[in-house]
Design a protein around this ligand. Structure first.
Ligand code: 13P
Ligand code: SF4
Length: 308
């Protein structure tokens, strides 16, 4: 503990010296979330990256998130403390895959989940996150066909929630995919009074059982506002840190012990310190890709909160 305290202090000092801001996704290790300037979901963090005034952003998350920050803030140095922290779902579709689809379906509007590479975003019409995907899809003119990439589970959920017919790429998040219907039924039996909140990356049959389907920050506000005292949480285990900290009188259970994303757990306090000392590894996006990906991200940020 004393070692962690020393590291945390060292990081806080380095953040000041480097004029840096530390952003952490809601799935990061507890100790990383504890000292971050801002914690949030993919949408919240990309908005913060676009707004912040510091010269350096230390992004504690996975590669596509740091890329989004670099796209939105090209004049800043964006550090990803562990360059190998990737997202297997983002890697399930390549730019060549999407190029081939676009060539054969030139009339389709491509809606791309932010869990994707900058190159894939650059080939897209508009991006979305789990927090705004339904609104983004509703904002597309009724007469247009919509193709969603790369998450089949998010697309399935959005099709149901928006009432629009969609087609999609067959990608998925290996972490959320591990929340099986059997595990969810067992968890419900073990905690019969608990409210079940799940992420839309979960399999459709699990989403079907849920009381609420939300992004990670959506879950934080939902559980804060809810009068219920006990919750079953169907998303990566890192979110429990924030839920428990912000709701000391409420009880949170993880819906399955399999809900751990190894990539979100790679980054340690030592890595953050080392990245700030060396100002490396830096994530950059080539200018031509950046320009096109930015246009898809800006199209997303322009979508009003409630489109019905
Ligand atoms: P959100 O925090 O945007 O819900 O994202 C979930 C996720 O899986 C990010 O990798
Ligand atoms: Fe990717 Fe899933 Fe991990 Fe998020 S939780 S980074 S979607 S693998």
């Amino acid at each position: 503990m004393a070692r962690q305290d020393g590291l945390k202090q060292e990081i806080r000092e380095l953040l000041r010296e480097r004029n840096a801001v530390m952003l952490a996704h809601n799935y990061q290790r507890d100790e990383i979330q504890e000292i971050a300037d801002i914690t949030g979901d993919s949408l919240g963090l990309s908005q913060e990256a676009a707004r912040c005034k510091e010269d350096v952003i230390v992004f504690c998350g996975v590669h596509f998130m740091a890329e989004s920050a670099a796209i939105l803030s090209p004049d800043k140095t964006v550090l990803l403390p562990r360059l190998e922290a990737g997202c297997p779902m983002a890697d399930m579709i390549t730019a060549d895959d999407l190029r081939a689809y676009r060539a054969s379906h030139p009339e389709s509007v491509v809606v791309t989940y932010v869990n994707s590479s900058a190159e894939v975003k650059a080939l897209s019409d508009v991006c979305c996150t789990s927090g705004n995907a339904v609104n983004v899809v509703r904002s597309v003119p009724e007469d247009k066909g919509i193709y969603m990439v790369p998450d089949r589970n998010l697309a399935h959920y959005v099709q149901k929630a928006s009432g629009r017919r969609l087609t999609w790429w067959d990608g998925y998040c290996p972490t959320h995919e591990r929340l099986t219907i059997e595990a969810t039924v067992r968890a419900r039996e073990a905690h019969p009074g608990a409210v079940l909140v799940v992420h839309p990356e979960c399999p459709p049959e699990v989403v079907e059982m849920a009381d609420a389907v939300l992004s990670t920050s959506g879950m934080v506000s939902y559980c804060r506002r809810s009068g219920a005292k006990e919750f079953l949480v169907g998303t990566e285990m890192g979110l429990l840190y924030r839920l428990r900290k912000e709701n000391p009188g409420k009880i949170f259970h993880l819906a399955s012990r399999a809900l751990i994303c190894p990539n979100m757990k790679i980054t340690t306090l030592e890595d953050v310190r080392d990245a700030l000392v060396a100002l490396s590894p830096v994530v950059t996006v080539p200018p031509d890709i950046r320009r096109k990906a930015l246009s898809a991200l800006e199209a997303m940020l322009r979508v009003p909160r409630d489109v019905s």
